[in-house]
Design a protein around this ligand. Sequence first.
Ligand code: TXA
Ligand code: MG
Length: 334
Amino acid sequence: MNAAAPVDPAAIQRAAKLLARGGLVAFPTETVYGLGADADNRTAVAAIFAAKGRPADHPVIVHVQETRALDAWAREVPATARALAQRFWPGPLTLVLKRSPRAHDGLTGGQETVGLRSPAHPWARALLAAFCAARAEATAALAAPSANSFGRISPTRAEHVRADLGEKPAGKVDLILDGGACPIGIESTIVDLSGAQPRLLRPGAITRAQLEGAIGEPLVDADAFAPRAPGRLEQHYAPCTPLELIEPGRLPARVNELRGTRLAVLAPAAVPPDRTADIVLRLVAPADAQEYASRLYTMLHELDAAGAQRILIERPPTGPAWEAVADRLRRAAG
Ligand code: TXA
Ligand code: MG
């Protein structure tokens, strides 16, 4: 886990007031930083899309304080959803459910479903509590996609948000809360419970095995008929520098082939070469899947900023623990 900054009550109060007045606030969650707005305020939700440059037909996740908000934002909530919320909320799990009338088109992208998550990060929880108090409404919620420009790498530190969206007046966000590095580092697991069978839309820190254990049936993978989800576009979470995934053992040969090209490399410690002049940045890949995930986007931001012409990443190990990391790397490579 990365170091977390202690919650700053004054900053939380300021943020809650800004949100209640329709402002945009970037805030840390246990997964990545979110770009939050009052989910009931259509103008504020529209401002999120404008700030990100995100197409309006993409849905955003609605962040709620407690499980009881399920019935405010969703309808026909199945027992499996309650079981998963009971088990994994607050935490890095998003449930896609049939929407209630309150979940307007600006949140769902016009779909009949809504994505709900109750975050665990102390700053996010403090913010939701203060925001619900400011709105005098226990089921008030924050619409929040990741706080990055559309298609770019998700932010796991306040600096990432400052460098990309920035604070007003020069930037696009009313306030960026700095709660330190996000401990999990990749976006929440998304499960769709709106249909006949539970489906895994996006792998994350809560694994397929944990979910299947909790619901007692296998998870179907998202297919071509899945609801639109930008996280599912192949070109997403992408650095600006072209990124290549290299099969284990192939890196030295590939570096040789690319002689004369400035390279930024991410590979396990044991992998040569590390003395080539062409390599402008060499990062050591963590051997543990959770640690790899927690540092993945920070490493991608660094590799992207190194002035390289190409990023080379050795494909990490396969296996259930690596599913979410493999998914994000595949998308980053495009
Ligand atoms: O960890 C996270 O989930 C972070 C933090 C801020 O909570 N949020 C995040 O939001 O990753 P975003 O918008 O970057 O990605 C949310 C994903 C998108 O792929 C979106 O399409 C999907 O959730 N999603 C939201 N509502 C949905 C729905 N009704 N049906 C299908 N997918 C949905
Ligand atoms: Mg995102």
